[in-house]
Design a protein around this ligand. Structure first.
Ligand code: NAD
Ligand code: DAU
Length: 346
């Protein structure tokens, strides 16, 4: 048995990755280590715990807790480590940057130090295209300079640099993936796709920031998982790999598609006050990971339809989330904006 430690595995991409790894590798044991912040949710792994009682374990812990991280690596004989643990929402990083700095930089350092001391065989740091900042034309290569705009992306950039330092200084076998905007089942409904799908199901307004012309490159979560798997097994230590599927859409185009799939009216769209420091466009050159053998296998529109269907059929999952603490965040983030928002005239 090979043991893989999946930090942040109770979140969106991490839980999809855990399910994917256990299905693909019958001789792997997955240990999910997660703090269960507002975004961590054991409901995301309910089916996994049932399907793989002998090959799955959950540890409730913080990646900033060095003692607990080391204890877990030793107790389970961890060989592979994939770090998904992060504060991940740009808008929240504008309210409380401290927790982003703590988890995304300091937490990454704690994992690297444990990997160095205890000799983890290979580690992947799951990073983001946001570390490059915005690009008007063309696409970023892995060798381009970092130019993050938000406390979130600056913290992720700090984590990336720490990984490179640990590789260069001590040879810690760490690879970095920089993925683009990811979507699919189990994504916390603060991110634009699940937020807009669930609001539209309830006939609530969809708050589109600014002029709705910001561009994101959408990646289906299983394609992202396959890329991380490939880099974990075949990537070269110390290297960075961009991961994007080339599905560039303006936020307005994306919103109209979601409404069309749900057969809901465009009158639900509200143009609201923009996100401060809002990056205009992200775009990645993915030649390097394609040369390693990765291709996105899911067509964007089909994957979006599949995702919409998942939220329609799994209301037990998101209705529990969209209450209490979530509604407090929602009011703080959107109440004033929606009151002054403008409708869409198609
Ligand atoms: P998420 O917010 O859904 O999940 C993050 C998980 O990390 C949660 O389960 C949370 O409880 C856990 N966590 C947070 N702080 C922790 C800590 N201190 N110790 C242990 N666990 C902690 O995020 P996601 O969207 O699944 O993103 C996962 C990773 O992928 C992040 O590193 C993010 O930067 C990166 N990423 C995300 C996207 C995207 O579009 N969602 C794209 C590219 C890269
Ligand atoms: O690019 C990868 C990144 O994608 C990841 O590193 C982050 O973890 C992930 O959160 C995501 O960041 P974005 O800021 O791009 O995602 P978000 O879903 O918050 O927003 C997507 C676009 O939609 C962005 O241009 C802002 C816009 N938006 C978002 C929300 C929440 C709106 O117009 N209205 C909204 O209410």
């Amino acid at each position: 048995m090979t043991t893989i430690l999946i930090t942040g595995g109770a979140g969106f991409i991490g839980s999809n990755f855990t399910r994917y790894i256990l299905q693909k590798y019958p001789d792997y044991k997955a240990v999910v280590y997660d703090k269960l912040t507002y975004a961590g949710n054991l409901d995301n792994l309910k089916d996994v715990a049932q399907a793989y009682p002998d090959r799955y374990a959950f540890i409730h812990g913080d990646i900033c807790d060095a003692e607990k991280v080391e204890e877990t690596i030793k107790a389970y004989g961890v060989e592979l480590l994939v770090n998904f643990a992060a504060e991940s929402h740009v808008d929240r990083s504008l309210f409380e940057p401290g927790s982003f700095i703590q988890t995304d930089i300091f937490g990454t350092y704690v994992l690297l130090e444990a990997a160095r001391k205890l000799g983890v065989s290979r580690m992947v740091q799951v990073s983001t295209d946001e570390v490059y900042g915005s690009i008007e034309k063309g696409s970023f290569k892995e060798s381009d300079p970092l130019n993050p705009s938000s406390p979130y992306s600056a913290s992720k950039a700090g984590g990336d640099l720490m990984c490179l330092a640990y590789y260069k200084t001590w040879g810690v076998p760490v690879m970095i993936t920089r993925g683009s905007n990811t979507f699919g089942p189990y994504q916390y409904p603060e991110k634009v796709i699940p937020l807009f799908i669930t609001n539209a199901i309830d006939n609530q307004p969809l708050p589109l920031y600014g002029d709705g012309m910001n561009v994101r490159d959408w990646l289906y979560v299983l394609d992202h998982c396959e890329a991380i798997d490939l880099v974990l097994h075949e990537g070269k230590p110390g290297e960075i790999y961009n991961v994007g599927a080339g599905n560039e859409l303006t936020n307005l185009e994306l919103t109209r598609l979601i409404l069309k799939i749900l057969r809901k009216p465009e009158s639900l769209i509200r143009f609201v006050e923009d996100r401060p420091g809002h990056d205009r466009r992200y775009s990645l050159d993915c030649t390097k990971i394609k040369a390693l053998g990765w291709q996105p296998r899911h067509k964007f529109e089909e994957a979006l339809e599949e995702t919409v269907r998942w939220y329609v059929e799994n209301q037990w999952w998101w209705r529990k989330i969209k209450s209490g603490q979530y509604m407090e965040f929602y009011r703080k983030q959107y109440e004033k904006r929606l009151a002054t928002g403008k409708p869409f005239n198609s």
